[in-house]
Design a protein around this ligand. Structure first.
Ligand code: COA
Length: 148
């Protein structure tokens, strides 16, 4: 059975390769100091940025999810943004991704968030198959402008 728990300092060495694999999935890169800051923020109770790690029966780390709580002009209670979701390729297709989304939903509900939302690439058909089953597609397009 998969167990999902809040990320702890002792998870660092197992989280790092999963994070690296996730960044590689996006053919991207994240500077080491940013990774270190990100991990530290997950553990800082004053930062509304959270992480959970999934483990298999043998206690091996097989996935993670990261999320942020934020205020909203449209809501008294604010929203939760699920920023990153990853499951090790060897453990996919068994419901771990869905369980990680459920974990964020439970956590968001517990702090009074009105909704959980996330983005995905149009081309990410694997993830979208799961998302189409557990969430509603908003119909909004995502724009961004780099600030150099
Ligand atoms: C998206 C992702 C997190 C899903 O994780 P997962 O543990 O496979 O998720 P689930 O098992 O809950 O659901 C996966 C779906 O693919 C199906 N599937 C079956 N075999 C599969 C396999 N070998 N590999 C992947 N998906 C498989 C599942 O049955 C399920 O489909 P369904 O919803 O129609 O039942 C995972 O594929 C991943 O880490 N992808 C790379 C990173 C990524 O895309 N992250 C999301 C960014 S927005």
């Amino acid at each position: 059975m998969t167990t999902i728990s809040a990320l702890a300092e002792t998870d660092r060495e197992e989280w790092l390769p999963l994070w690296a694999a996730y960044i590689a999935f996006y053919a991207s890169s994240v500077a080491d100091d940013v990774t270190a800051t990100t991990f530290a923020r997950f553990l800082d109770p004053d930062v509304p940025m959270h992480a959970a790690i999934a483990r298999d029966d043998d206690g091996r780390a097989i996935g993670f999810v990261h999320w942020l709580e934020h205020s909203s002009t449209w809501s008294r209670n604010g929203y939760t943004y699920l920023e990153d979701l990853f499951v090790d390729p060897a453990s996919r297709g068994g419901g771990v991704g869905e369980a990680l989304i459920a974990h964020v939903s439970d956590s968001a509900r517990a702090v009074g968030s009105d909704k959980v939302y996330w983005l995905t690439a149009e081309t990410n058909t694997t993830a979208r198959r799961l998302y189409d089953r557990v969430a509603r597609r908003s119909g909004f397009l995502h724009y961004e402008r780099e600030l150099g």
